[in-house]
Design a protein around this ligand. Structure first.
Ligand SMILES: Cc1cc2nc3c(=O)[nH]c(=O)nc-3n(C[C@H](O)[C@H](O)[C@H](O)COP(=O)(O)O)c2cc1C
Length: 349
């Protein structure tokens, strides 16, 4: 139904408009009592064997919504009714900012990918906090935090600290995003010294709390093995809870879309199928390097149940989805969960 009707209509609109329109419709449908219930029942897939305990949190299932889809915390209820086991809101910055001029999201249908240069468009952390005040307690929500474009890297830690402190009572885990390609110089914060400083500052504040929360680091797929080795050292030194691998890539290799149309799109992070393999390689490298000790959330190019299982086999404990859902529709989440259950039953017998 999604691929035959809905996607065809949505793909007639520019991607950002289609995104907002879909979420508007979803909210509308869910507000109609009986239809909302039927809708939820048909997308959710529950089974106690899918429950996962990680970072001290109880996940109903291991499939989450990746950051950037609900940057503003406006749609976490609607998205959870599609069957996600956890939702990551953000990236949020201390002050609201417009992000880059539109158009800033582009489809690559031949590659089943997207290029985006949103640039952390969001209304700021205070607005997000307001929207999370009445959040359901049985849904796991992560807060993905970043810095404002106008904040120089020397002062970046202040921005992350503001977001961390303000969001602390309202989210279950944190993600430190230093890997978006769309904020100038942000990725330089992945270097060993600034990253160690940033994460130890946050972790020290965290440890002063009566109940510290898991802090994860989200990394780019474009890091080389030396840089990944540094990441492992930093995780060990700062004792953060884990890694989200990966964000979008700046690479434009092996695309089916013409060079010309890719050049026309210009700068941005590439997601979806083209990033799948590299993202899995990063997960595998980190997992092998740490003898499976590092806790990893795998994200990047999951557009089928097999892609999700590939990430789990490479060393991820949970997965997240964004672009795959745009191409495959929301039933992807249920399909992945069903396949993971099958996989668990096969591997345990
Ligand atoms: C339009 C768009 C906006 C995104 N915004 C963010 C963001 O604000 N913060 C972040 O950490 N990742 C962001 N991402 C990256 C995704 O969370 C994810 O890491 C990446 O897209 C790879 O997964 P996918 O192939 O399933 O899309 C964004 C991705 C897309 C496509």
């Amino acid at each position: 139904m999604y691929k035959i009707f809905i996607k065809r209509i949505l793909f007639l609109f520019p991607p950002e408009k289609a995104h907002h329109f879909t979420l508007f419709l979803l909210k509308l449908v869910l507000a109609i009592p009986l239809i909302g219930q039927i809708f939820k029942a048909s997308f959710r897939f529950k089974n106690p064997k899918l429950n996962k305990k990680l970072f001290g949190l109880d996940f109903e299932n291991p499939v989450g919504l990746a950051a950037g889809f609900d940057k503003e915390g406006l749609h976490y209820r609607a998205m959870s009714s599609l069957g996600f086991g956890f939702i990551e809101v953000g990236t949020v910055t201390p002050k609201g900012q417009l992000g880059n001029p539109q158009p800033r999201m582009f489809r690559l249908p031949k590659d089943q990918g997207l290029i985006n240069r949103m640039g952390f468009n969001n209304e700021g952390v205070d607005a997000l906090v307001e929207r999370l005040k009445n959040r359901p307690k049985d849904l796991i929500i992560g807060g993905n935090i970043g810095k404002n474009k106008a904040t120089p890297n020397e002062n970046a830690t202040d921005d992350y600290v503001i977001c961390f402190e303000k969001l602390f009572p309202y989210v279950d885990y944190f993600v430190v995003n230093v890997s978006s390609p769309n904020t100038p110089n942000l990725r330089a914060l992945q270097d060993k010294e600034p990253l160690t400083n940033l994460l130890s500052t946050l972790q020290n504040l965290n440890n002063e709390k009566s109940a510290p929360k898991p802090i994860l680091l989200k990394i780019a797929p474009d890091l080389n093995n030396d840089q990944l080795d540094d990441i492992v050292d930093i995780v060990n030194d700062t004792k953060i809870a884990g890694i989200i691998a990966t964000n979008t890539t700046i690479s434009r290799e092996n695309l089916k879309e013409s060079k010309n149309s890719i050049e026309k799109i210009g700068a941005g992070g590439l997601s979806g199928k083209p990033v799948r393999q590299r993202s899995t390689e990063v997960i595998r490298y980190l997992s092998e390097k740490t003898n499976g000790e590092l806790k990893i959330i795998g994200v990047g190019g999951i557009s089928s149940a097999a892609d999700a299982i590939e990430k789990l086999n490479a060393g991820a404990s949970l997965v997240q989805v964004y672009t795959g859902m745009i191409y495959e529709g929301p039933s992807l989440i249920k399909n992945i969960n069903k396949a993971i259950l099958n996989h668990l039953q096969k591997t345990s017998s």
